[in-house]
Structures are given as structure tokens and as C-alpha cells.
Design a protein around this ligand. Structure first.
Ligand code: LIP
Length: 280
């Protein structure tokens, strides 16, 4: 049976590649850097330009589809996932990396129908790595099938996380206490690409056993969640329940055992949900 969303996924891949070229060409140019929620939460005109390019192109091809885009939400658009076909877009994941020319920058396009993620595209554009995942059809990087690590021992693992874009002392205490506990399990190492999506693609590719973070947004990990799952990985909430795309927190791992071991060490906290305004 023909895949009803193949055309949409093909369009997403072509758009991610086109947008990625724009991002790569803009890296380290004399760019105008603006601030969002904190002095370390950056945005540039490239973020805004890429998101506009993607939304305008998709609207032409699929005029009834909906969008959740990082910069559209920042400009006041609602962040609510309905049953409608919805494109969940992070135009530049790893904006701080982009501003500094640090080579982990990704165009992320997730796609959901009836609130279920159908496909994800993450284009790590400086590395030229196109990660894709289609529900039930596997995950790939530049056409090569992806498979998570077969490691089951956390003490033989590498774990990824990030410091995030808040510097609130209470939050930082939880971030650091969790990192200390994870490091002292011990694990072989703690890594951070500076991009939630690329961290999760590293889980899918088997080079990292697990990634966790609290404070990210749905657009940071919608696409890469499909890629992890289709590479044989597991996704869950930082307190062990099912992953909640709007909760701003996630654990992505190669297996249930490693995921649950990470959960035990996390000092959990709940940021304001992405869909909080829609729930009022
Ligand atoms: C980033 C995430 C990263 C997080 C940063 C920031 P952005 O997304 O990918 O995991 O730690 O604070 O949210 O803002 O570059 O799209």
C-alpha cells in the first residue's frame, strides 16, 4: 500500500537540504544576534529566514497543514498540537553553535498526524549528514541504516546532555547534581553537541548510549524522536513515564535498561509546558 505521507517526507528532506545550504553559507558571517528568553538563548535572522522558507513552501504544497515553529511561537503563534497534519520545525537547532561556528547545527522537521509522530528529518548541515526516520520504516543517515548501540551496561556507556539556556541558580543546581550523579555511576563520559536533535541522532547512530535533557522544546526533539525510535531506541519522560512531546523533557536511549538507569539519577523538575497557554 502506498505511503500517504511519502510525498510530505520527500518534500521535508528536500527543504531541509535547501535550508541547510542557507545555514551553512551564513555560518560565521557577520550575523545579527538577538536574545530570546535569557542572555544565552540566542536567535538570528537566519533562524527566522529558514523557518519562513520552510513554512511558505509547505503551505503551497499542503495548504491545509498546520505548523509549530520555534520562531513563529517566539513571535506569538500558539504552540498546540491538534489532530491535523502538523509540521514541527526547528529551523536552526544549535543556534549558539551556529553563531560561534561550532559544527553541530541542524535543520529539524518533524511531522505528526492525530498527535502521532509520522516522520522526522534532521539535517546536520555543517557535517552534511541527513538523518531521517519514518514510522515503521527505519532510520537512516545519508542512506545508511541506523542502529542503536547494543551496550546494556551503563558503566560502559557514553551519555549526552546539555547545560540548557537558562542560568537560574536553582535549575543549574539540578542540572549539575544530575550530571554529577550520572558521571559517578560511573559512565565512560558525558558529552553535549549543543543540539538536542544531533545528540539524539548520535543515540540513533549508536555512538552515544543515551541522552537526557529538561528545558528543551517540542521542536528540538520531535524529528529526532522518530529517528531514535526507528533505529531501535527507546524514549521516555525523565520521571520514567511515556515521552510527552509538550513536556520540555526527554530521555532517549539505546534500550529500556539504560533509559531507566538514567531516570533513577535525574533530579527532575517541570518547566512550563510548551502547550501551557493552550491549556489555560
Ligand atoms: C537548543 C537545544 C539544546 C538546549 C539549548 C537550546 P536551539 O535549541 O538543542 O539541547 O540545551 O538550550 O534550546 O535553541 O539551538 O534551537
Amino acid at each position: 500500500m502506498a505511503d500517504p505521507w511519502q510525498d510530505a517526507m520527500d518534500h521535508a528532506v528536500a527543504l531541509a537540504r535547501k535550508a541547510g545550504t542557507l545555514v551553512r553559507d551564513a555560518v560565521q558571517n557577520d550575523m545579527k544576534v538577538m536574545l530570546k528568553s535569557t542572555s544565552v538563548d540566542l536567535v538570528t535572522q537566519t533562524d527566522q529566514k529558514v523557518e519562513k522558507l520552510i513554512i511558505e513552501s509547505v503551505t503551497k504544497k499542503f495548504p491545509t497543514h498546520c505548523f509549530i515553529g520555534e520562531e513563529s511561537v517566539a513571535a506569538g503563534e500558539a504552540c498546540v498540537l491538534t489532530d491535523s497534519p502538523t509540521w514541527i520545525i526547528d529551523p536552526v537547532d544549535g543556534t549558539t553553535n551556529f553563531v560561534h561556528g561550532y559544527p553541530f547545527v541542524a535543520v529539524c522537521i518533524g511531522f505528526a498526524v492525530n498527535k502521532q509522530l509520522e516522520f522526522g528529518v534532521v539535517y546536520s548541515c555543517i557535517e552534511d549528514k541527513m538523518y531521517t526516520g519514518r514510522k515503521g520504516k527505519g532510520a537512516f543517515c545519508n542512506g545508511e541504516a541506523l542502529q542503536v548501540s547494543d551496550q546494556r551496561d551503563i558503566t560502559q556507556s557514553i551519555v549526552a546532555s546539555e547545560f540548557g539556556s537558562t542560568r537560574d541558580p536553582e535549575v543549574m543546581d539540578k542540572v549539575f547534581s544530575t550530571m554529577r550523579k550520572v558521571l559517578c555511576l560511573p559512565v565512560h563520559g558525558l558529552r553535549g553537541a549543543g543540539s538536542a536533535a544531533i545528540n539524539m541522532c548520535h543515540v540513533a547512530a549508536g555512538s552515544v548510549e543515551a541522552y537526557y535533557e529538561t528545558g528543551i522544546h517540542c521542536w528540538d526533539f520531535a524529528a529526532s524522536a522518530v529517528i531514535v525510535s526507528e533505529a531501535g531506541g527507546v524514549l521516555m519522560d525523565v520521571e520514567g513515564g511515556p515521552m510527552d512531546l509538550m513536556s520540555r523533557r526527554v530521555v532517549a536511549a539505546n534500550c529500556q535498561v539504560i533509559a531507566e538507569r538514567i531516570v533513577k539519577e535525574i533530579d527532575a523538575f517541570q518547566p512550563t509546558r510548551d502547550d501551557a497557554a493552550a491549556q489555560d
